[in-house]
Design a protein around this ligand. Structure first.
Ligand code: NAD
Ligand code: MLT
Length: 534
């Protein structure tokens, strides 16, 4: 049973719907305390959160069976993603699921702030008819600066365009063509702050964006500028904006998000020039249904098919590519596994080349599988898997060189060739596959061969003289080891031969020693492939 805990508020009918899935248990623990979460998380394979649950190192340490953290929403700043990656835990979100909700909340805040809707309503509730105090301002022909032109920033831009506003944008990634299509002029952050009447924030919270708006650059703004923040608290430095509200530099701030939630004190939320909401950007029925559906679907897809859609700490591969790439994953892991068992020393570097229709395919995840095979017996304590393999390799000082070749490797359309460089020499292996499930070792050092990567490989390097295969067969027969297949290769000048036997049965170290004593045999190696399903 794959157990999913849901710790933050999501529609319970959606949780019940997915709880009907065979092999899946969705457990409603909405509102669980962090202490209880820590005590119970070891029983779960997956955790679904919104922004309330902070998945920090202490929770991850307790989460000994956790495979995936699903954020029903966009921002993953409440997850220690680096630590999760080290532990081999996938972190995924639901990009786009609440874009419209956050967009509409932004526009609602902007209009409500400009037209004093909240204070005017409060005065009406007190039985007052005050038309003078609540004179507002218009969006029409104002300059509006959008910081972060991703999904939400772009939708906000589209809606602001219909108000005939002049729109400026700042985003380090977006192209000026995309911006132009939206009617947005791209500028740098300082220019945006200098020229805007209204600034709205839609960037993610990360080290680079914390305090992005601060005491220093607030000075650049027009007097009386308005800020809207429906992204994350802390992107605008809170003490700095409080001071700017007090001294009139900032005329109005519409704030949905706070650096700690709920805020440690409500001074900013209660400031007379602030319109505040308690992180309601994504809180529409439509968005909550969508993100809950989306995250549970993604997690179940991961549990059933090993597809990590929308993973933020692993290259996600969509379903169409997954089908094509899956045999590469298996081949890579099998090749890594062979190397792992025959390696002459500690691994220092891997130089890998991918051949075939791989130009448009992300090959990093294939390399992760290669690393799993190559490192796993050394790293059992690290619970090595494709999510953490790159990190573990990097931290262990293994360097990687990856290349893609849009050509076959000799006659093999889809192939992987790899030099495993160790402290005591290099092992060169190449492998290929036929269909989805038949994998072959096609190069070993200078030898070309076609040895199926199945069962156990008994790799024998010998002088190219007659009689060796017979002697090996006799010796293996005596110890009850069955040969299921055999492949031979010669080196360039035909002096040496390589024989690879697929064998079934227990091969002891005594048997290996006895094989090595056969006249003409130089080296005997054994690599078990069982366990990686073809
Ligand atoms: P997105 O990933 O589509 O867009 C983020 C954009 O920010 C990207 O284009 C990126 O290039 C840009 N960016 C990155 N670093 C930047 C920087 N230093 N300066 C300016 N721009 C930068 O994400 P999205 O779906 O548009 O959501 C944006 C953020 O809004 C999320 O990260 C989340 O924290 C927040 N959010 C809040 C709510 C809410 O309830 N209030 C709801 C949804 C999203
Ligand atoms: C998000 O980042 O998607 C929002 O914070 C949504 C939420 O409230 O969960």
């Amino acid at each position: 049973m794959f157990k999913i805990m849901v710790s933050d508020s999501l529609p319970t009918d959606i949780l019940e719907k997915y709880n009907q899935t065979e092999g899946i248990e969705v457990v409603n623990k909405i509102g669980i305390s962090m202490d209880d979460l820590k005590n119970e998380i070891a029983d779960y394979d997956a955790l679904v959160i919104r922004s309330r649950t902070k998945v920090k190192a202490d929770i991850l340490t307790a989460a000994t069976n956790l495979k995936v953290i699903g954020r029903a929403g966009a921002g993953v700043d409440n997850v220690d993603t680096e630590e999760a990656t080290k532990r081999g835990i996938i972190v995924m979100n639901t990009p786009g699921g609440n874009t419209m909700a956050a967009t509409e909340h932004t526009i609602a805040m902007m209009l409500a702030g400009l037209r004093n809707i909240a204070p005017a309503n409060a005065s009406m509730l007190q039985g007052k008819w005050d038309r003078k105090t609540y004179i507002g301002n218009e969006i029409y022909q104002k300059t509006i600066g959008i910081v972060g032109l991703g999904k939400i920033g772009q939708e906000v831009a589209k809606r602001l365009a219909s108000f005939d506003a002049k729109i400026l944008g700042y985003d380090p990634i977006i192209t000026s063509e995309t911006a132009a299509r939206l009617g947005v002029k791209l500028v740098d952050l300082n220019e945006l702050l200098e020229q805007s009447d209204i600034v709205t924030i839609h960037a993610p919270k990360m080290p680079e964006t914390i305090d992005m708006i601060n005491a220093e650059n607030l000075k650049l703004c027009k007097d009386g500028v308005m800020f809207v923040n429906c992204a994350r608290g802390g992107i605008i430095n809170e003490p700095a904006i409080m001071e700017a509200l007090d001294n009139g530099k900032v005329g109005l701030a519409c704030i949905d998000v706070f650096s700690s939630e709920p805020p440690a004190d409500f001074k900013l939320a209660q400031h007379p020039k602030v319109l505040a909401t308690p992180h309601l950007g994504a809180s529409t029925e439509e968005a909550q249904t969508k993100v809950a559906d989306q995250i549970l679907e993604q997690i179940i897809e991961y549990a059933q098919k090993n597809v990590a859609r929308n993973a933020v700490n692993f290259v996600s591969v969509d379903e169409e590519i997954q089908e094509f790439i899956a045999p590469f994953f298996k081949l890579a892991e099998k090749m890594g596994t062979v190397f792992n068992q025959i390696k002459p020393g500690r691994l220092k570097e891997i130089s890998v080349r991918y051949y075939g229709n791989v130009l448009d395919v992300p090959v990093e995840p294939i390399t992760s599988y290669l690393l799993v095979g190559a490192l796993k017996s050394d790293n059992d304590v690290a619970n090595i898997n494709p999510v953490n393999a790159m990190t573990i390799a990097r931290e262990g000082g293994v360097s990687l060189e990856i290349a893609k070749k849009d050509t076959p490797l000799t006659v093999h359309r889809n192939a992987i060739a790899c030099d495993f460089i160790t402290e005591n020499g290099t092992i060169h292996l190449a492998g290929s596959f036929v269909g989805l499930n038949i994998f072959h070792l096609i190069e070993y050092g200078d030898f070309k061969l076609s040895a199926e990567l199945s069962d156990q490989l008994l790799i024998i390097e010998n002088n190219n003289v007659p009689g060796i295969i017979g002697k090996v067969g006799t010796l293996l027969g005596e110890v009850n080891v069955n040969i299921s297949q055999m492949s031979s290769g010669r080196d360039g000048d035909e002096k040496m031969a390589l024989n690879v036997f697929n064998v079934r049965g227990n091969i002891s170290s005594d048997t290996l020693n006895n094989l090595e004593k056969i006249n003409g045999i130089n080296k005997v190696l054994l690599a078990k492939i069982d366990g990686i399903q073809g």
